[in-house]
Design a protein around this ligand. Structure first.
Ligand code: LLP
Length: 386
């Protein structure tokens, strides 16, 4: 089954471009809100890194979500979209001084701190601004996730977070500093996680850590479990909204909280992936030695996920209903990895046919580059065609 697109409206547009179905985005946000509201003290911060298109951010802001940012640019994008600074968390292993200052001057909710040197700089800069920064320690839980190696973050060997063995030392350090206040713990084990057992392992590890803190008479108010819920790239129509019910229920069941503790989530992909498609045209159909290529005007500069992570995206020919043929669907970039899919079944393709690359709303447009001096793809929403 193909997705539903305003194909006739696409004809007049230059390709490639991103197309976002805002009805699906709004529905997804309603599902997140409804499922999250079943538990008191659960808060959701949208991971801006997944997609910072201002039209999408505006819709996400309307739904009342906070923002998870990893750069000064993302903090600016969130604030420009009208997201309240009190709902902004700021993570990242390499926060520059100007980015920390930006967060401090906006009095964002929390800095997720990843190392002692960073903690010291936040303390120093907060002192200069005569303020106190709320911090959460991002702990590397050494919990694996069944996902691609490049998007696993919670293992010892990854650069993220504070090593568990250093936790006591960092806690001592934090309490000795005058311009930081420890308010939480932060975790994130990876992305595109579909096996709820990975989140159960995270909960178990958090419970152990909380126990350890409790023995030191430390109780933090906020436990941030990061993002990571995956989407169904194989069947974007069948499962257009991820299973938020099971997701939140997993944490509810397995996370042991102290009274008054809040739980924070940072979903990115699960909010925006399915509402977005990369729309492009077939430039040429080329016969190779033993296969045929559909050469698109979109390339890895527009959507890098297949080249970078060997990611699967469903590809559909929106123009043709002719019988299926197999194609290697490739872009025009001078790189052998500029391939969207090999041996893809597509309705017979001809020059000019419109092609949709599905589930591209997350880590698509935002990761686009200008390599080969190509212009960045535009982004349209379904509301642009009303
Ligand atoms: N929180 C933190 C600390 C993160 O590092 C990430 C993603 C998220 C939240 C949001 O994770 P999500 O809910 O989207 O899985 N470019 C890759 C994904 C990189 C994810 C990086 N961190 C991709 O296209 O698959």
């Amino acid at each position: 089954m193909k997705g539903t697109f305003p194909v006739s409206r696409f004809q007049a547009l230059e390709t490639p471009f991103y197309y976002y179905d805002t009805q699906l985005l709004r529905h997804t946000l309603t599902c997140v809100r409804t499922e999250c509201a079943k538990y008191s003290k659960y808060a959701v911060h949208y991971a801006v890194k997944a997609n910072a298109n201002p039209k999408l951010l505006a819709i996400i802001r309307e739904s009342g979500l906070g923002a998870d940012c990893v750069s000064g640019g993302e903090i600016r994008a969130a604030i420009q979209a009208g997201m309240p600074p009190q709902g902004i968390v700021f993570a990242g292993v390499g926060k520059a001084d100007w980015e920390i200052n930006l967060g401090l001057s906006h009095h964002i909710f929390c800095f997720n701190v990843e190392s002692v040197p960073e903690l010291e700089i936040i303390d120093e800069l907060a002192g200069k601004q005569n303020t106190i920064a709320q911090v959460a320690l991002r702990i590397n839980p050494d919990v694996g996730a069944h996902t691609h190696a490049n998007i696993t973050t919670g293992l010892k060997e990854n650069k993220f977070g504070i090593n568990l063995n250093d936790l006591d030392m960092v806690l001592d350090k934090t309490s000795a500093l005058k311009h930081v206040r420890l308010v939480g713990l932060h975790f994130h084990i990876g992305s595109q996680i579909l096996d709820m057992n990975d989140f159960v392992s995270l909960c178990n590890r958090i419970n152990e850590i909380q126990e350890h803190l409790y023995n030191r008479r430390i109780i933090v108010d906020h436990i941030n479990v990061g993002g990571g819920l995956g989407v169904d790239y194989q069947h974007p129509n069948r499962q257009s909204v991820p299973d938020f019910a099971s997701y939140f229920a997993t944490f509810h069941k397995h996370l042991r909280l102290r009274p008054k503790q809040f739980v924070h989530f940072e979903p990115g992909r699960s909010i925006v992936a399915q509402c977005g498609s990369l729309i492009s045209r077939v430039l040429y159909v080329k016969q190779g030695a033993n296969k045929q290529f559909a050469i698109l005007d979109a390339g890895m500069t527009d959507l890098i996920r297949p080249a970078l992570y060997q990611a699967y995206h469903k590809i559909e020919n929106l123009t043709s209903e002719e019988s299926m043929e197999k194609y290697d669907v490739v872009g025009p970039i001078c790189e052998s990895s500029d391939v969207f899919g090999k041996a893809v079944d597509l309705n017979k393709a001809r020059r000019g046919d419109l092609i949709a690359i599905r589930s591209a709303g997350a880590y698509g447009e935002i990761m686009a580059s200008g390599y080969n001096c190509r212009p960045l793809p535009k982004g349209y929403t379904s509301e642009d065609f009303l």
